[in-house]
Design a protein. Structure first.
Length: 170
């Protein structure tokens, strides 16, 4: 949450000429209500079930795309294993300070932090990262989000394999 997943996914998609999917947007479109409304009306468990089903629906039978998922996606229903089988997984490792600054402005639109007091947000983020780290560390590529460039991200992503389009000047 707040690490820049959608931002970087859109940039990668445009630069590589690959289809872009935002997992939350797919769920919102399917449910006809915001993620915050889904959480408040149906609860996190319902959302996580829908998220896992949408993940499989988006990835099944597709190749060559960029998917931005929520920060909790890899932590439920063996999603991390499924994601790794479906493609390369990137962890945008972002500092607690940067996440706190970004999320402070977005608290009301983020269901997991909507009710978290501003003075507690940093501690909440530390706790969530601690709970999720074991899933995030399974990513194929880990980058320090605050210092990465698009070209660097692409190099890291394809350091062991280079599709034909990667031989072109990026």
């Amino acid at each position: 949450m707040g690490s820049g997943k959608t931002h970087w996914a859109r940039l990668l998609s445009a630069k590589l000429g690959l289809a872009f999917y935002d997992l939350d947007a797919v769920i919102v479109d399917q449910e006809k209500r915001s993620v915050a409304d889904i959480f408040s009306e149906k609860g996190e468990e319902y959302f996580r079930y829908k998220e896992s089903a949408a993940l499989e629906r988006i990835t099944e039978g597709k190749e060559g795309f960029i998917l931005s998922c929520g920060g909790g996606t890899p932590c439920f229903f063996n999603n991390i294993e499924y994601m790794k089988k479906s493609g390369k997984v990137i962890w945008l490792n972002t500092s607690v300070e940067a996440l706190t600054q970004r999320l402070m402005k977005e608290r009301k639109s983020r269901p997991l932090i909507r009710e978290v007091d501003e003075s507690e947000l940093g501690r909440y983020i530390v706790r969530k990262l601690s709970e999720r780290r074991m899933y995030y560390q399974q990513a194929d590529v880990t980058v320090n989000e605050e210092s990465v460039t698009l070209d660097e991200l692409i190099r890291l992503l394809f350091q062991t394999e280079k599709p034909d389009r990667m031989n072109e000047e990026l």
